[in-house]
Design a protein around this ligand. Structure first.
Ligand SMILES: NC(=O)c1ccc[n+]([C@@H]2O[C@H](COP(=O)([O-])OP(=O)(O)OC[C@H]3O[C@@H](n4cnc5c(N)ncnc54)[C@H](O)[C@@H]3O)[C@@H](O)[C@H]2O)c1
Length: 155
């Protein structure tokens, strides 16, 4: 269900009713706990990550990031109820969230290639009413007054 433009109360109702599909790109230390939190609230969560071993561990109901405490015991029931599923190949969703590596290159310049590639993938899946949320770390120049337009992230 598309939530863009709905009231806050209606969005909460839709998420808790399992009507909202959320795809989170990057099942790392940030993306995975967020996936568990949304699934706990009732959303249908798809974790997208090219790391097949990580994806398999999540689908077995394991917490692949033991240092991220508090997740033990939560993952398996969510997987068994079909609330949380991990994949290596992206699928359509209503909300897309990016939490992928954004690092510095050898010249200490931001290397945003992974994020740009993920944004292109999301762009190919988008339908009217979808929501895209970028949560990876970005350099301040990209998070300046130009932000708010998708072109400030992926030209
Ligand atoms: N760890 C923190 O405390 C923290 C805090 C705030 C912000 N951040 C930011 O969040 C982002 C993610 O950080 P993290 O700590 O979760 O990183 P991480 O290295 O733990 O996880 C990143 C995940 O992204 C996956 N990935 C790589 N390429 C991908 C692709 N093309 N599609 C989908 N997934 C892909 C990796 O396999 C990995 O599992 C970074 O921009 C980081 O700066 C991290």
């Amino acid at each position: 269900m598309k939530i863009y433009g709905l009231t806050k109360d209606r969005i909460i109702e839709a998420v808790r009713g399992g009507q909202v599909r959320i795809a989170i790109f990057g099942m790392g230390k940030m993306g995975f706990p967020l996936a568990v939190a949304f699934a706990q609230e009732g959303a249908q969560v798809l974790g997208v990550d090219p790391n097949a071993a990580l994806v398999e561990a999540i689908n077995r109901g394991e917490n692949p990031h033991p240092l991220e405490g508090g997740l033990e015991g939560l993952v398996r029931p969510l997987v068994e109820r079909g609330k949380l599923r991990a994949v290596t190949a992206p699928e359509r969703a209503d909300v897309y969230i990016t939490l992928v590596p954004t690092v510095l290159d050898a010249n200490r310049q931001p290397a945003l290639g992974i994020l740009e590639e993920v944004m292109q993938t999301i762009a190919s899946l988008l339908e009217p009413g979808d929501l895209v949320i970028e949560e990876s770390t970005l350099p301040p120049a990209l998070a300046s007054s130009d932000c708010g337009r998708s072109s400030c992230v992926v030209p």
